[in-house]
Ligand binder design. Structure first.
Ligand SMILES: NC(=O)c1ccc[n+]([C@@H]2O[C@H](COP(=O)([O-])OP(=O)(O)OC[C@H]3O[C@@H](n4cnc5c(N)ncnc54)[C@H](O)[C@@H]3O)[C@@H](O)[C@H]2O)c1
Ligand SMILES: [Zn+2]
Length: 358
């Protein structure tokens, strides 16, 4: 797959097995690898010289400017400035940090990214966004700088924790639900195989997710118009992340955000109940959370919605589903936010009551 970007065209390769790692360039290269991934897949990196290897603790606390600068400093030791490359292997945290470094070092160097989480593979690896946290602000600093090459191999997902795997599924389900009836049907037919991590299915859905996202980023690379629709479920999702203190991973928060957004769509008469029930049935299979995380003061939640980067003025904005498409509503009220959260809580509670009765 080729992604056209105003910065550079870049390619996505789907790899059958991990042997491609052995063929990655080694000359004038700095590897930055998620420490957990390195420990699990060390034998594939045997031939990387130790002085060309940085291991990264993939935590939000580490996704900061200081870490980026430390990588830059280490890279000044490589003599060939013009031909140097960065190869990063890891999830979204590794991607955000190394993309930022590749962009600012010598005003941009070549960069290869190997996503090792489902979330990074099906979504964040394309689109070119890089983000760092600053003080208490998540993703406050950032640029646009896509990699030159992306190599995706579903074998990496075998070792993901259940929580991180299901978080990735959150974004997969989001792309399909956004597509409408056809996407929803595809999800209904395949969610069981995805939950058991069937490689062929994963590859199929990673590709269809990226194909769907590609349409938006190619027409609105810098997120000024049409791309905002990809923010479906994220206004609520980001607020869930904030009030849970980031204990809920991104894709899971997005899955919860979808239920909230759809609850609101239904209330506004934008979407049929039948369609919503079908999506909820899928979404509830990938959401496993401590239900007390939403027992927060709603003022705190609303404040988090208002702080979302996509909000532009005092009225609240959200992307909602309609029968045919998606719509951007710019007049979401506080009562509606409270309604949507309560809608999710009631539904989630009912799921647990049912499970307990079995
Ligand atoms: N740039 C973008 O467009 C974009 C989009 C969405 C999210 N993000 C960012 O991505 C981050 C979340 O990324 P993520 O969910 O991909 O995960 P992550 O990088 O936070 O990794 C999640 C966990 O999985 C571990 N891990 C990674 N690969 C593994 C593997 N193959 N086997 C076992 N463990 C593995 C990591 O060490 C970590 O503990 C957030 O910081 C978010 O802000 C960026
Ligand atoms: Zn997302």
């Amino acid at each position: 797959m080729i992604i056209h970007s105003r910065l550079k065209d870049y390619t996505v390769h789907i790899e059958e097995n991990l042997d491609f790692l052995l063929n990655l360039p080694k000359e004038n290269v700095q590897f930055v690898i998620d420490r957990k991934v390195y420990d699990l897949y060390e034998k594939y990196f045997d031939s990387v010289p130790k002085d060309r290897l940085i291991l990264l603790d993939a935590t939000e606390e580490n996704k900061i400017l200081d870490t980026a600068l430390a990588i830059c400093e280490k890279m000044t030791e490589i003599p060939a400035k013009r031909n140097m490359q960065l190869i990063s292997v890891g999830g979204g945290i590794t991607q955000d940090l190394t993309g930022f470094v590749a962009n600012i070092l010598y005003r941009g160097i070549k960069w290869i990214f190997v996503p090792t989480t489902l979330l990074a593979a099906c979504d964040s690896c394309i689109g070119g966004k890089t983000s760092l946290n600053y003080k208490k602000y998540k993703n406050l600093l950032g640029t646009f700088y896509p990699p030159d090459e992306i190599h995706i191999c579903a074998r990496f997902f075998d070792t993901l924790s259940e929580g991180d795997y299901k978080s990735g599924l959150g974004e997969v389900v989001k792309f399909n639900i956004m597509e409408g009836e056809d996407g929803l049907k595809k999800m209904e037919n395949n969610i069981a195989s995805l939950l058991t991590r069937e490689k062929e299915k994963i590859n199929q859905f990673v590709l269809s997710s990226l194909t769907y996202k590609k349409k938006f980023i190619e027409v609105d690379e810098f997120d000024r118009g049409e791309r905002i629709k990809l923010n479906f479920a994220h206004t609520f999702g980001h607020a869930v992340e904030v009030v849970s203190n980031y204990a809920i991973p991104h894709g899971t928060a997005v899955a919860m955000g979808m239920i909230m957004a759809d609850g609101l769509s239904c209330k506004r008469g934008l979407l049929d109940e039948e369609m919503i029930k079908r999506s909820e049935k899928i979404l509830l299979q990938i959401i496993d959370i401590d239900s007390t995380v939403l027992d927060v003061d709603m003022e705190h939640f609303i404040k988090a919605v208002r702080k979302d980067k996509k909000q532009t003025d005092s009225a609240m904005t959200a992307v909602l589903r309609t029968k045919q498409d998606l719509t951007i509503v710019k007049d979401m009220t506080e009562e509606e936010v409270i309604y949507a959260v309560q809608y999710f809580k009631d539904l989630y509670q009912r799921k647990h009551l049912l499970l307990r009765r079995r």
